[in-house]
Design a protein around this ligand. Structure first.
Ligand SMILES: *Cc1c(COP(=O)(O)O)cnc(C)c1O
Length: 232
């Protein structure tokens, strides 16, 4: 099932790229494996997936440990991150998508210095200003990015958003457009340690629209692994 789902998602990504005159190599698919067993991750690996996203530190570190012999894999922290857990993942993940405060960035920088690594991060933006979601408002992003870029051993690679759940994904187009604009705007300032080359937006429900609006990383869970059951 994972293999067939993946083929469909890849085809949809290619079509979205064609519609928007983009090179398919500009878009990285992150398979969001949260709550799913390692057997399903193995199926995805066999089908060619190298990027995996998890939203809980414990689950992420358990799965990274299980697959530690596979050097090709890249792990992404996409969920809310508590400062006291940064030390468990800092030298293991390839990208932290969910930095939503200066204090968290400080902690990431501090731990990166300690472990002598460079941390790649994205700033999470709550474009729609939903109360239930984490992330900064668009207005606060620029100032925070500049402050974070000045911290040691940290590179701000771009922005990330979790768009609202909507019946018709077209409703999220404006949100993606707004995030893209914000990203281009900050990039144009050419600030040290702020590369702004990654735009992480689009999930199962709306990744095609996100790609049409410039996404470079789509985070797809349900579309690859099926529905999640949180009650087991
Ligand atoms: C769960 C999750 C996803 C994947 O959601 P699907 O709708 O299953 O594709 C993407 N991003 C984040 C931050 C998530 O927590």
């Amino acid at each position: 099932m994972v293999k067939e789902n993946l083929a469909q998602v890849m085809e949809n990504i290619e079509n979205a790229c064609k519609r928007s005159n983009r090179d398919v190599n500009e878009v990285t698919l992150i398979a969001v494996s949260k709550t799913k067993p390692v057997e399903m991750i193995s199926e995805a690996i066999d089908a060619g997936v190298v990027n995996f996203g998890e939203n809980k530190v414990q689950e992420l570190t358990d799965k990274m440990e299980y697959f530690k012999d596979n050097q090709n894999l890249k792990w992404h922290m996409i969920g809310h991150l508590q400062s006291n857990k940064v030390k468990y993942i800092i030298d293991k993940v390839s990208l932290i998508h969910s930095v939503d405060s200066y204090s968290l960035a400080q902690k990431i920088s501090e731990q990166a210095v300690k472990k002598n690594v460079n941390a790649n991060i994205l700033i999470e933006v709550n474009v729609a200003m939903e109360e239930s979601k984490f992330g900064l408002s668009c207005e606060d992003v620029k100032e925070l990015v500049i402050k974070i870029g000045a911290l040691p051993n940290i590179t701000v690679r771009g922005l990330m958003t979790v768009a609202p759940y909507v019946e018709n994904p077209e409703e999220n187009r404006e949100i993606f457009r707004k995030l893209k604009k914000l990203c281009v705007d900050i990039k144009s300032k050419n600030i040290d340690n702020i590369t702004m080359d990654i735009l992480s937006m689009g999930m199962t429900n709306d990744y095609e629209i996100a790609i049409e609006e410039g996404s470079t990383m789509v985070r797809v869970g349900t579309g690859i692994f099926g529905n999640r059951n949180y009650n087991i």
